[in-house]
Design a protein around this ligand. Structure first.
Ligand code: ADP
Ligand code: MG
Length: 393
């Protein structure tokens, strides 16, 4: 654990003691994530390449003898209570954060897993709503807390699937599997090449020295994202329907090779064709970028990141002027291998791969360049690939 994590853990346990008068029996953490490449493909059965980051949600908890769940979120200084039987979403808007725990309690019950009443205190440092998936960190940390309280051993892939169901069916956001998967299974100093169809992964080591992952938050709150996200999903499904008449048996855009796409692209209406082209080329870029990384070719990896951004901007149309300005500012710094938007788009963060020797210049110059272009301030995080969810005691 990092020093920051240790002091947060102390703050968390102190609050638990203050509220409940005992030591917590359960301590868990689950991280946020950054996707290096493979964007908007996890709902097309494609390949993604995220890393867990060194920012997480921590939960301290203890069992109760009844079926109540009594929560306190330190980030909001807010409490919320619900009962495990017939879990409902929070009615008070100030307790909306508790829906992630309610979601996990609901999904455990729905899948016939045991649940136990708990007292729990939460503290996180994944920025909220910035596209680093604080929601997945919340869900996976909550799932691990409920599992520990009920004495259940849950395989992390199943935990990711439970969390995805929770976010889709209880919270009501139609997410793919990537965020929860990497939060549950991330590995220190590695990114995971995840096959979102088979739900298997390959852990690929990131360079031990010489390059840093730098995240830049545009501080542009993601507007539009839910409706546009649903539109993109529908457009991808439509592309598969039309292409299936020519390429029998395809289930998702993942199944269409670039050569097949070349051959049949003309059967798709223009917008659908652009969406499909992004997904099909992004899968190719992701696989090639992993090969480049394995052979030590960071420059090529960076070029493919740049290509991913252009494809998201031009073909998938999920970027925005703030993301484009941040990417442009990053790329103007010598020693930046590549930069792209990360996450769903329309705001949120960019990710850059930066030579260690250039990180300071990045920190000095990118915020000013970005401010000049947009009038907005930025928040920069230099991060390392962290371990996925853990039980800490
Ligand atoms: P993202 O996943 O990109 O960060 P979301 O809108 O999906 O954005 O999820 C953010 C929500 O998750 C917050 O509004 C809040 O309800 C919840 N959340 C995240 N971190 C915490 C935390 N530390 N404590 C309480 N709730 C949190
Ligand atoms: Mg989220």
């Amino acid at each position: 654990m990092t020093t920051a994590n240790c002091s947060r853990l102390e703050e968390l346990t102190a609050k638990y003691r203050e509220l409940h008068g005992t030591e917590p029996e359960i301590l868990v953490r689950a991280p946020g994530r950054v996707n290096l490449i493979g964007e908007h493909v996890d709902y097309n059965d494609g390949f993604v390449f995220p890393a867990a980051i060194d920012r997480d949600v921590m939960i301290a908890a203890g069992r109760r003898t009844d079926r109540q769940v009594k929560l306190h979120a330190m980030n909001f200084n807010q409490s919320s209570t619900f009962t495990l039987d017939g879990v409902q979403p929070a009615t008070d808007g100030r307790e909306r954060w508790s829906n992630y725990l309610r979601a996990m309690a609901w999904v455990f019950h729905d899948e016939g897993l045991g649940t136990a009443g708990i007292n729990a205190v939460l503290l996180g440092d994944v920025p909220l709503g910035a596209g680093l998936s604080s929601s997945a960190a919340m869900l996976v940390a909550s799932g691990n807390t409920f599992a520990a309280a009920a004495g259940l051993e849950i395989d992390p892939v199943r935990m990711a699937l439970l969390a995805q169901r929770g976010e889709r069916e209880f919270v009501g956001v139609n997410v793919g599997i990537m965020d929860m998967y990497i939060s549950a299974l991330g590995q220190k100093d590695h990114a995971l090449l995840i096959d979102t169809r088979s739900l298997t992964f390959e852990a690929v080591p990131l360079p031990e020295t010489g390059v840093s992952i730098v995240i830049a938050d545009t501080n542009k709150k993601r507007g539009l994202v839910d409706s546009e996200y649903n539109t993109r999903r529908a457009e991808c499904e439509h592309a598969v329907e039309l292409l299936r008449e020519h390429i029998p048996g395809i289930k998702a855009l993942r199944d269409v090779t670039p050569a097949q796409f070349e051959q049949y692209a003309s059967v798709l209406p223009e917008v659908t064709r652009k969406r499909a082209r992004h997904v099909i080329t992004e899968d190719e870029r992701t696989l090639e970028s992993v090969a480049a990384l394995k052979s030590g070719d960071i420059a090529r990896f960076g070029e493919l990141m740049n290509g991913s951004h252009e494809s998201l901007r031009i073909d998938y149309e999920v970027s925005c002027k703030e993301l484009d300005a941040m990417v442009e500012a990053a790329r103007s710094i010598e020693g930046v291998y590549g930069a792209r938007m990360t996450g769903a788009g329309f705001g949120g963060c960019t990710v850059s791969l930066v030579a260690d020797t250039a990180v300071e210049r990045f920190l000095d110059e990118v915020p000013a360049l970005y401010k000049k272009a947009t009038g907005l301030t930025s928040t920069i995080y230099v991060t390392t690939a962290a371990q996925g969810a853990q039980v800490l005691n």
